[in-house]
Design a protein around this ligand. Structure first.
Ligand code: GLN
Length: 480
C-alpha cells in the first residue's frame, strides 16, 4: 500500500517510530496528485512547494526529539473557502479568482500551528452552493470511486482528495450537508460538528446561521484527530462556543453496547432508493446485533426541512454576497462601464455563476418587504419546530442514525438541468444544520460499486458520541 493510501492515525504512529518521514508521505501524496488530478480535479490550487518545505520542518521537529503535536507532518487539504494567508482563496467563483487573503482562518491557523502540511485548496461548488461540485467556476470534480459520477458537494474536492489519496486529511464546510454528502458519495468519513464548535473566522460566509467547519478523513478516528486540533473557543468568532474541549479520540473505543439509537420514522418513507435503503437497514441490524437498542422515534416536521432550509439559506446568502461589488476586492468588470451602478451590475453578472445568481434572487425575494412574513418569518418558525422535534427525541435516545442521501452518487450532468432535483438530495442532511447538531457520515457499504453513507446524529456538543458510534461501526465491519 502506498503511503498516501494510509490513514492519518496509522501515519502518526509510523512517523513517531521513525519508519517514515513527512517528506516521504508528502512526496507520495504529490505523486498521486500528478497521476490523478487531471481526471479528478479535486484541487483549485496545489501548494507542492510549500508542502515540501513544511514537511522538512516537520521532520526536523521529529529529529529534535522533543514531543511534537499530533498532526506534525501530516498532509492536509483545505476547502477553498477558508482564508489562507498569501494563497489565493476563490470559493469556487470567478468573482474571487484572484483574491489572496492577508490572514489565515482560525481553523487553518490551528492546523499549521500543529505542524500539518498544506497540500492545497480544494474544489467546491461556487460559494458552497450545490450538492455535486458541478457549480464550480474551475470545472467539476469527479468521484474517484467512479469517475462518471459526481463526488457530492459542496466539499466534493475535499472528499475526492481523501478518497483518491491526493491528501491524508481534509477540511470542509457544511451548511446543509456539504461535508456529509461528499463523504458518503466518495466512501470516506466526514463530520459536521455542532454549530459553534469550530470557529468560522476566515470562513467565507454562505449562510452564517448554518455554516460550520468540519473534518474529513479515511476513518472516524482520523476525523476525531483533526477535530481535536481545529475545534475550541475563538474570540474572533462571536458564535464560537466557549465550552470544554474534550479529546475526541479518548471515547472512541467505548463501544455501543446498551446505547439507545433512534431511527426517525419519517426518514424511512418513500423517496429513498430501494438498494440504498437495504444497505442502511443492514447497517442498523448490525448495530443492533452488537448491542445497541434501536428505538423508533418521530420527527413530525421533517417534511418541511428542505423548504425551510432553502428559504433561510438563500435569505442569508443574498445578504452575505452583497459584499462582492467589484469595489473592495475580487473581480471587477470594467468593459464599457459608464458609472458605479453599471460597474456593480456588470461585475456581479459576469462574476457569479448561474446557481449563485438564482439563490441571490430567491433570497432577496423572500426578504423583500411584501414577502418577509410569508416566507422568511414562516421559515424561521418552522426551523424552531424542526429543532424542537430533535430536542424531544433526544430525551429518549443517545444518538440517531439515518441515510445521508436518498440516492447513490449520480452521473455528472444528471441533475444540473433541474435545481429542485438537486435540492432534494439534501433531504436527510439539512435539518441537522437547521438544528445546529453534530452529524457525520461513515461508509456503510457499496451498491453497484458505489458507496452508501450512514449518517449519525448527536446531541449538541456530543461529537464524542457520534464519533464513537462511527468508529464502532467501522470496527464491526472491518472496513478500516
Ligand atoms: N447542498 C446544499 C446547498 O446547496 C448544502 C450546501 C452546503 O452544505 N454548503 O445549499
Amino acid at each position: 500500500m502506498e503511503l498516501c493510501d494510509r490513514s492519518a492515525s496509522e501515519l502518526t504512529v509510523m512517523l513517531r517510530k521513525r519508519e517514515v518521514s513527512s517528506r516521504e508521505i508528502t512526496e507520495s501524496v504529490l505523486k498521486r496528485i500528478d497521476e490523478k488530478e487531471e481526471t479528478i480535479n479535486a484541487y483549485i490550487t496545489t501548494t507542492g512547494e510549500i508542502a515540501l518545505r513544511q514537511a522538512d520542518l516537520a521532520d526536523s521537529r521529529f529529529r529534535e526529539g522533543k514531543s511534537v503535536p499530533l498532526l506534525n507532518g501530516i498532509p492536509i487539504a483545505i476547502k477553498d473557502l477558508l482564508c489562507t494567508h498569501g494563497i489565493r482563496t476563490t470559493c469556487g467563483s470567478k468573482i474571487l479568482n484572484d483574491f489572496v487573503p492577508t490572514y489565515n482562518a482560525t481553523a487553518v491557523e490551528r492546523i499549521l500551528g500543529d505542524g500539518a502540511v498544506l497540500i492545497g485548496k480544494t474544489n467546491m461548488d461556487e460559494f458552497a452552493m450545490g450538492s455535486s461540485t458541478e457549480n464550480s467556476a474551475f470545472g467539476p470534480t469527479r468521484n474517484p470511486v467512479n469517475t462518471e459520477c459526481v463526488p457530492g458537494g459542496s466539499s466534493g474536492g475535499s472528499a475526492a482528495a481523501v478518497a483518491a489519496g491526493e491528501t491524508i486529511l481534509a477540511i470542509g464546510s457544511d451548511t446543509g450537508g456539504s461535508i456529509r454528502l461528499p463523504s458518503a458519495y466518495c466512501g470516506v468519513a466526514g463530520i459536521k460538528p455542532t454549530y459553534g464548535r469550530v470557529s468560522r473566522y476566515g470562513l467565507v460566509s454562505y449562510a452564517s446561521s448554518l455554516d460550520q467547519v468540519g473534518a474529513l478523513g479515511r476513518t472516524a478516528e482520523d476525523c476525531a484527530m483533526l477535530l481535536n486540533v481545529i475545534c475550541g473557543h475563538d474570540r474572533l468568532d462571536t458564535t464560537s462556543a466557549d465550552i470544554e474541549k474534550p479529546d475526541f479520540r479518548e471515547s472512541l473505543n467505548k463501544g455501543i453496547k446498551g446505547l439507545k439509537i433512534g431511527l426517525p420514522r419519517e426518514y424511512f418513507v418513500e423517496g429513498m432508493d430501494e438498494p440504498v435503503k437495504a444497505e442502511i437497514m443492514h447497517a442498523i441490524s448490525l448495530l443492533e446485533k452488537n448491542g445497541a437498542d434501536i428505538v423508533d422515534i418521530s420527527l413530525p416536521h421533517a417534511k418541511y426541512a428542505i423548504s425551510t432550509y432553502y428559504l433561510i439559506a438563500t435569505a442569508e446568502a443574498s445578504s452575505n454576497l452583497a459584499r462582492y461589488d467589484g469595489v473592495k476586492y475580487g473581480f471587477r468588470s470594467e468593459d464599457g462601464v459608464s458609472d458605479l451602478l453599471d460597474m456593480y451590475e456588470a461585475t456581479r453578472s459576469e462574476g457569479f455563476g448561474k446557481e449563485v445568481k438564482r439563490r441571490i434572487m430567491l433570497g432577496t425575494y423572500v426578504l423583500s418587504a411584501g414577502y418577509y412574513d410569508a416566507y422568511y418569518l414562516k421559515a424561521q418558525e418552522a426551523r424552531t419546530l424542526i429543532k424542537e422535534d430533535f430536542e424531544r427525541s433526544f430525551e429518549q435516545v443517545d444518538c440517531m442514525v439515518t441515510p445521508v442521501s436518498p440516492c447513490l452518487p449520480f452521473k455528472l450532468g444528471e441533475k444540473m438541468a433541474d435545481p429542485l432535483q438537486m435540492y432534494l438530495v439534501d433531504i436527510y442532511t439539512v435539518s441537522i444544520n437547521l438544528s445546529g447538531l453534530p452529524g457525520m457520515s461513515i461508509n456503510c457499504g457499496m451498491v453497484d460499486g458505489l458507496p452508501v453513507g450512514l449518517q449519525i446524529i448527536g446531541k449538541p456538543f456530543d461529537e464524542e458520541m457520534v464519533l464513537r458510534v462511527g468508529h464502532a461501526y467501522e470496527q464491526m465491519t472491518g472496513s478500516v
